[in-house]
Design a protein around this ligand. Structure first.
Ligand SMILES: Cc1cc2nc3c(=O)[nH]c(=O)nc-3n(C[C@H](O)[C@H](O)[C@H](O)COP(=O)(O)OP(=O)(O)OC[C@H]3O[C@@H](n4cnc5c(N)ncnc54)[C@H](O)[C@@H]3O)c2cc1C
Ligand code: SF4
Length: 548
């Protein structure tokens, strides 16, 4: 039964939200998690990504799945929706960022991040069940050859992934939390992690952090979107919601403290709207929406016309090659039959203008017409294509604002502006193109990219970060080093929007570690009651895994 007042309300059930829910419940607090998306049982996930109703999220046209693509002017953003947030749709990969991230100009003066976060990364890895991928696939062998060719063999290794590698398809009692967690099933390497694991092997948040939070009393309210947040005269905050679909149904809840954990694509529009609204949060820093970054990614689909190839076996991301100190490339896959992205692909063709890119695409096509024609008509696109994900620690930032335009359907919605044209994220990186072409040559394939990159020059990212960054004051940031929002006591941002530098690698582990750190600074409820609500300025890491 949902109550009306809580100690804490958490908006969103992704990495930041689920970690917070678990740790706050452990500390004795009453917690409500409000989640826009649906709750998914194993059978609710689609068998392939052609089942758009179960895969994609856009409830206004009946799509109630786990994956959303948002087309912004300067970036196409891929993100997750549902109880468990991005963990439902993500590719399970949990790499550690390099030192460059911890020492980045943008936040290095706020803390010794490397030292402070080290124990929290360890906890995050244990809680998410990180394990080395045990199986080399076709794509990994090709990647290893490339590593050798470029003299970086020792920088190629299997990924650490959040997957349970028991006996394939065999159900066992909770292997992670000493019996406190749910039963689990061993991975069968079907490659379908990014359409939702129907087996029960993927360590999604509803099987670790959020599961434990609910077990210990946290309430999760799915299919409910937070639309308004405002301070109350008597202290704490008032939260208004609406049903995500179906009959119009609004509700109101209150809490002493509140956490924004809607991911960049949920937290940014809400904070920007509340800042504009005199009845919302008008004293938010003017920095809301600034310093939005990605991992400076480039995404390719290498299509091989060879019917005997099968790139779809294995977990979603199986290995990583560090091509230099700042750059990485990973082979990625969808499971058999999941060929939806063939509808959005075009010839990879870097260039500064649309004319040069279209011309480049025609030249590339005419050099290998037979190979291209065979590639375009392969029977099972997922089996015969390998996605390549290239990332760099490059700084390139955008600003998010509210505005109107074609992309927002002429309603007021999220738009992007470029902070500095020379720093804007780019769809084309020479090294990425060269690596994709090398891979394509080795499998007699062709390199393709999303049509938005070729036609519009707009890069794509599954790793959108920032927008509510840390600062020493409200002049430089939206939140302080402990994630508390300037000018709003007891209000926090704990999700990808709080990431204040480019990790250069897949960010979920880092979001989890930062959330662990933020929560370690919150006093237990009984302590807080004795001394008044307070947070400990710096908490030694003593907690470990209390639940298990
Ligand atoms: C296809 C794909 C593959 C990926 N693979 C990897 C990978 O291998 N490794 C990795 O590290 N990262 C990966 N990522 C990125 C990773 O998923 C995100 O970085 C991560 O999920 C962000 O965590 P978060 O805490 O910011 O919020 P999210 O996980 O995005 O969760 C936010 C939640 O809040 C909800 N929400 C938003 N607004 C509201 C609102 N107003 N009211 C109620 N609820 C709301 C959303 O529905 C969502 O469920 C991948 C992403 C995608 C799309
Ligand atoms: S490879 Fe298949 S079984 Fe293994 S985690 Fe991914 S979806 Fe689940």
């Amino acid at each position: 039964m949902t109550k009306r007042h809580y100690d804490w309300i958490i908006i969103g059930s992704g990495f930041g939200g689920s970690v917070s829910a678990h740790r706050l419940t452990q500390k004795g607090y009453d917690v409500l998690v409000i989640e826009k998306g649906r709750r998914f049982e194993l059978d609710d996930f689609p068998k392939t990504n052609w089942d758009l109703k179960r895969w994609m999220w856009n409830p206004s046209i009946g799509l109630k799945g786990i994956f959303k693509m948002s087309f912004l002017k300067h970036m196409t953003v891929l993100h997750g929706v549902g109880v468990g947030g991005g963990s439902l749709v993500y590719a399970n990969t949990l790499p550690m960022p390099t030192q460059e991230f911890f020492r980045s100009e943008s936040w290095k003066d706020l803390a010794d991040w490397e030292a402070e976060l080290a124990p929290h990364y360890e906890t995050a890895r244990r809680m998410l069940g990180a394990a080395p991928n045990p199986i080399m696939t076709k794509g990994d062998h090709v990647m290893k050859e490339i590593a050798k060719d470029i003299g970086r063999e020792e920088h190629f290794h299997p990924t650490e992934v959040a997957v349970f590698f028991g006996e394939p398809n065999k159900k066992v009692p909770d292997p992670f939390f000493g019996g406190e967690g749910p039963d689990r099933v061993g991975c069968n390497f079907c490659g379908a992690c990014m359409t939702g694991c129907r087996v029960g092997a993927k360590n999604t948040l509803d099987k670790n952090y959020l599961y434990l939070a609910e077990k210990h009393g946290a309430e999760v309210l799915p299919e409910t979107e937070v639309t308004h947040v405002a301070p109350r005269d008597e202290g704490g905050y008032r939260v208004e919601t609406k049903a995500s679909f179906g009959k119009h149904h609004s509700q109101e809840f209150t809490a002493d403290r509140i956490i924004f954990a809607g991911g960049v694509m949920g937290t940014m529009p809400l904070l920007l709207q509340m800042k504009e609204d005199p009845t919302g949060l008008p004293h938010l820093s003017d920095r809301v929406g600034d310093f939005v970054r990605s991992n400076s990614e480039a995404l390719f689909g290498i299509i091989s016309p060879d019917k005997n190839e099968n790139f779809s076996k294995g977990v979603a991301i199986t290995s990583i090659l560090h091509t230099d100190d700042h750059s990485h490339i990973e082979p990625v896959r969808y499971g058999e039959g999941s060929g939806f992205f063939r509808t959005l692909l075009s010839v990879h063709s870097p260039g500064p203008t649309v004319i040069s890119r279209i011309w480049g695409a025609l030249v590339a096509f005419s050099r290998r017409p037979v190979r291209w024609l065979r590639a375009l008509f392969v029977r099972d696109f997922a089996k015969q294509s390998q996605v390549l994900l290239y990332m760099r620690t490059l700084e390139g930032t955008l600003r998010m604002r509210l505005g109107r335009g074609l992309r927002t359907g002429f309603r007021r919605g999220l738009v992007t502006e470029i902070d500095d044209p020379t720093q804007a994220p780019s769809a084309f990186m020479e090294e990425a193109t060269e690596l994709a072409e090398r891979f394509a040559d080795k499998v007699n394939g062709v390199p393709a990219t999303l049509v938005t990159e070729t036609l519009l020059g707009v890069p794509s990212t599954a790793h959108i970060l920032g927008g509510a960054c840390m600062g020493a004051s409200e002049e430089t940031g939206v939140i302080d080093r402990n994630h508390e929002v300037f000018n709003y006591s007891g209000m926090y941002v704990i999700d990808g929007s709080a990431i204040s530098a480019n990790p250069g690698v897949n960010p979920a582990l880092t979001i989890t570690a930062l959330a662990e750190r933020a929560m370690s600074l919150i006093a237990d409820k009984h302590t807080a009651k004795a001394t008044g609500p307070e947070k400990t300025e710096s908490a030694p890491f003593t907690e470990g895994l209390r639940a298990e």
